[in-house]
Every structure is written in structure tokens, then in C-alpha cells.
Design a protein around this ligand. Structure first.
Ligand SMILES: Cc1ncc(COP(=O)(O)O)c(C=O)c1O
Length: 499
């Protein structure tokens, strides 16, 4: 048993779990190590934790690192501070249901590798309920034209030849690549030949492929901060060093900062994830010039650019690129459904052959009959009409969400983004702990991930990411009213919007 007075044993335990080589901040590592010790009963209830100064000195970390970890443990109910006495393990731990399921499932006898534990931490602690408001990134599955899709799938499966079920190395079904080129040229301003398209099993696989194929372990990737956790996870898993770069209202804001030379630059220029800014034309051109100067690849993630609700549609950066540096990524997870696991890369001609081969050898290729059905879905116009319909549905849903939240809280809860996509980000009052707010909401069945979970360092401000696409209007409105109620209970003051 560890305890606060058996300091050497506790220090050994904690020191073995701090790794300065990984990107995960030390305060997170320390927090995780302490939480694990508490959850596993190694630190019993009511145990006094060492004074922050003592622990910081012994572990050779900043005192703030310890304070931060202690604060997080207190916020989650694992510890308590007692005035004048210090920080103690809580006598009664929070309900196991509030704990991350994976932590309780990981057996001591079969621990994860340290890198896997660090990756899991990047993904946040709670597995958000995909079916609840406001889980971000969830399309409305009830509105998908399933009958048409099943009919096309069946037709393809019935007519399939033996070869359709074999290993393939063509980078995707030719008909799907052809259909995609037509769509991308027209709708997204992407300039490409079908040969430049590689169909893969979801964007996550595309990111993993690029991390392995275009960079070596230890190379730097510039990544938007806040940014998409799936991408950060992929970069870390491929051994890259993630350099967080702030974003402003024009997108990635690297100018005038001393940053390591990047091998990859990952951006979401059509709709910054999650803050929602659209990268200006000037910034796109400057970034392309910077990438050329530094010899970097630009990875353009256009995950939901199809759903543009306001403002002038900007064509993809790929269409502006004259030096063959941009790799354009799109996914069918939002415009069709996530379980389809189909996404695509549009790569410069020089990368086609090596990436195809690497894709086929690293992961094998996917199911060509499903890809053929998807090609038909696009060619027969079902894709276009589903997109148009959902664009309208999502725009109306966002407008309703805004109306309810503005009506309830006025200016006190500014909503950022929303020109495109399926989510907005609500800005909480300065000084609020967004993780705590998110946990409280989760206890009420509301999924609203904190903005801090999308950041490698301190968030620019506290916030909540609110997906509005995946649930019906009535559930969305109810959740919005409940959200406002919870925030009011926490002390937010509604202030009317001046008209
Ligand atoms: C920024 C971003 N990129 C990509 C994806 C989709 O990835 P996948 O194709 O792996 O479902 C998401 C999903 O939420 C996303 O938010």
C-alpha cells in the first residue's frame, strides 16, 4: 500500500509513470498516475498526499505541475483539499460509472504500454455517448436514405465476381475514384485525376498512413491548437512530435513564432476543428509558401466542408497548390455514416505509387463491392440530394440551437463557428473549468466535450463543443434548455443581446 507518509514508495511509483519523452503534459501524466493509484486502492481514502512543494521537488517538476494534477483530482472527486491541512484522497470515491471504463478494465497484471496509455489520454477520459446531444461529429443517421443504400449494396453483392473479394492494390475501386473526382472538382475546387485518389478505411487510417509514409519518428508536425484529437492521436502513434500552433479567426497562426521545422502541417482550413474559423485566402497562400520554404507537406482535412451554411464557400487549398505539397483528405463519415469507414486522400502525382503500395501492404485494401455501391450512390444523384437535404436540416438545427441558447442566456454564452459543419463551440466565462462543466453535464446525459480536451496545453479559453446534427430537433432543444439550466446553476448570468 502506498501512502503519503511512505513518501519514497509513492515517489518511486509516480516517477516510474512520468515520461518526459512523450507529448502528454507532465501534469496530465501525474494526474493519471495518482488517479490510477487511487482507483486501484493503492492510495486509500483519507490518505494525505505530499505537499505540492515537496512532491514537485522530489519529482523534479514545476510546482504548478503538481497543483494542476491535484486540482484535476479534486475537480473529479478523487481528492479533497482541507483548509490548512493539504490535499487528501477522498474518503468516498466518485461512482465508478463516472470513471473512464478503460481504466477500470485494465488489469494490473497486463498493463498497457506507456505509449498506449498516453495515446488513450489524448483521446479524453469519457467515451461520449454517440446518440446523445451534443456529441460532436455525429450525423443524423435517421435521415439517411437506407433503403436506397441497401438496394445498391445488394445489387453490387449479387453481381460480384470472385475477384471482387480478393486482395487489391489499386488504391480503391476505379468507379468510386472516378465519381469522387467529378464531385470534388465541382463542389470543392479540388484539381486531380482519378489516379491521384486513394480510398482508405476512414480518415484515421489516412492520417496514420501519412504519418508513417511522409515523416520519420521524431519529425515535427504542426497541428492546430485547439485541434482534432483523432489527428493528434494518429501523429503521436506514428512517433511524430506534435507542435501545437494557435489558431486565430483566419486559421493557423504560425507567423512570427519560433517553431521547429515541420515535416507535416495539419490543418482544417474549410472549417477549423473545433473553433470553426475559415482560413482566409491570404493565409492559405502564405501557408503554401511557408510549406514550400520549409519543405513540408500540408495535410488538408476537409472533414465537413460539404455542409456550408453561411459565408462565401472557399475552394479547397489543394486547388491553389501549384507545387504539389498539399494532400487533401475527405471522409464519408459525416455525409454518409461513420460505420462506413470510407475516406479518401487526393495526393500529388509523385506520391501515388508509393502510397498505394504502402497502403496495400500496411493495412490491405477495403471492400470493393461497398465501394462500387458508393460509386453508384454518387453517380445516380442520391449522394447530392442527401447532401443538399442534410445541409438544410443542419442549418435549421443550428439556428434553433442558437435561438434557444440566446433566449436562455443571451450574450453570456457566445457561440463560435457555425458557418459550416455540424457543431459550434460555446465560450464559457473566463476562469471556468470546462472539464468540470462537461462532467456535470455528462451526469445529466448531455455529451458536451470541454474545449480543453482538444488542446495539448492550456486552452485559449474554457468552452464546450456542441454538436447539433446527430439528434432530432426536439431532443436538441430539450438538451439546450437543460444545458442553460445547468450553467445557470453553476453561476452563469444571462445578459440580453443588444438589438
Ligand atoms: C476534424 C475531423 N477529421 C476527420 C474526422 C473523421 O474521421 P473518420 O473518417 O476516421 O471517421 C472527424 C470526425 O469527427 C473530424 O472531426
Amino acid at each position: 500500500m502506498l501512502n503519503g507518509t511512505n513518501l519514497p514508495a509513492l515517489l518511486d511509483y509516480l516517477a516510474a509513470r512520468l515520461d518526459r519523452q512523450v507529448a502528454e503534459p507532465l501534469h496530465r501524466q501525474l494526474y493519471r498516475a495518482l488517479r490510477q493509484a487511487i482507483q486501484q486502492g493503492l492510495l486509500a481514502g483519507d490518505t494525505a498526499l505530499p505537499a505540492s512543494r515537496v512532491l514537485a521537488q522530489s519529482l523534479a517538476v514545476a510546482r504548478n505541475t503538481v497543483l494542476h494534477a491535484y486540482e484535476q483530482l479534486c475537480a473529479e472527486g478523487f481528492c479533497q483539499t482541507r483548509v490548512g491541512a493539504g490535499t487528501f484522497v477522498a474518503a468516498h470515491l466518485p461512482e465508478p460509472a463516472a470513471w473512464p471504463a478503460r481504466q477500470t478494465a485494465i488489469s494490473e497484471a497486463l498493463p498497457l504500454s506507456r505509449r498506449a496509455a498516453a495515446w488513450l489520454d489524448v483521446m479524453g477520459e469519457r467515451v461520449e455517448s454517440a446518440s446523445a446531444a451534443f456529441a460532436p461529429g455525429q450525423p443524423d443517421l435517421a435521415a439517411f436514405p437506407w433503403l436506397v443504400w441497401w438496394r445498391l449494396l445488394q445489387t453490387q453483392q449479387r453481381g460480384a465476381q470472385a475477384g471482387d473479394f480478393d486482395y487489391r492494390e489499386e488504391g480503391g475501386h476505379p468507379a468510386l475514384k472516378q465519381a469522387l473526382v467529378g464531385y470534388l472538382q465541382l463542389s470543392r475546387g479540388v484539381v486531380c485525376e482519378p489516379a491521384q485518389v486513394l480510398v482508405c478505411s476512414g480518415m484515421q487510417q489516412a492520417l496514420d498512413l501519412l504519418g508513417r509514409a511522409l515523416a520519420d519518428a521524431g519529425d515535427t508536425v504542426w497541428m492546430e491548437e485547439p485541434g482534432y484529437r483523432g489527428a493528434r492521436m494518429a501523429w503521436l502513434a506514428t512517433g511524430l512530435s506534435v507542435c501545437p500552433v494557435p489558431v486565430d479567426e483566419e486559421g493557423l497562426d504560425w507567423q512570427g513564432r519560433a517553431l521547429p521545422v515541420p515535416r507535416l502541417v495539419y490543418v482544417t482550413p474549410s472549417h477549423q476543428y473545433p473553433l470553426g474559423s475559415v482560413m482566409s485566402l491570404a493565409r492559405r497562400q502564405a501557408l503554401l509558401a511557408e510549406a514550400a520554404r520549409q519543405g513540408a507537406w500540408v495535410v488538408e482535412d476537409d472533414y465537413d466542408g460539404e455542409f456550408r451554411h453561411a459565408g462565401r464557400p472557399l475552394a479547397a487549398m489543394q486547388g491553389l497548390d501549384s507545387s504539389g505539397r498539399v494532400i487533401y483528405l475527405g471522409t464519408f463519415s459525416k455525409v454518409m455514416f461513420p460505420a462506413l469507414r470510407l475516406a479518401y486522400l487526393v495526393v500529388p502525382a509523385a506520391l501515388v505509387a508509393p502510397l498505394r503500395l504502402l497502403q496495400a501492404r500496411l493495412y490491405r485494401e477495403g471492400d470493393y463491392t461497398t465501394q462500387a455501391a458508393l460509386a453508384r450512390f454518387i453517380q445516380e444523384g442520391h449522394f447530392g440530394s442527401h447532401l443538399r437535404r442534410m445541409r438544410g436540416v443542419y442549418a435549421r438545427r443550428q439556428a434553433k440551437l442558437r435561438k434557444v441558447l440566446e433566449g436562455e442566456l443571451g450574450e453570456a454564452l457566445p457561440l463560435l463557428g457555425g458557418e459550416a459543419g455540424m457543431h459550434v463551440t460555446a465560450r464559457l466565462p473566463a476562469g471556468w473549468d470546462d472539464a468540470k462543466v462537461s462532467t456535470l453535464l455528462a451526469q445529466q446525459g448531455i455529451a458536451a466535450p470541454p474545449l480543453s480536451a482538444y488542446c495539448a496545453a492550456e486552452p485559449p479559453f474554457p468552452g464546450l463543443v456542441l454538436g447539433y446534427a446527430g439528434v432530432d430537433d426536439a431532443s436538441l432543444m430539450l438538451a439546450a434548455v437543460r444545458l442553460a439550466q445547468v450553467l445557470r446553476e453553476m453561476g452563469i448570468r444571462s445578459s440580453p443581446i443588444p438589438r
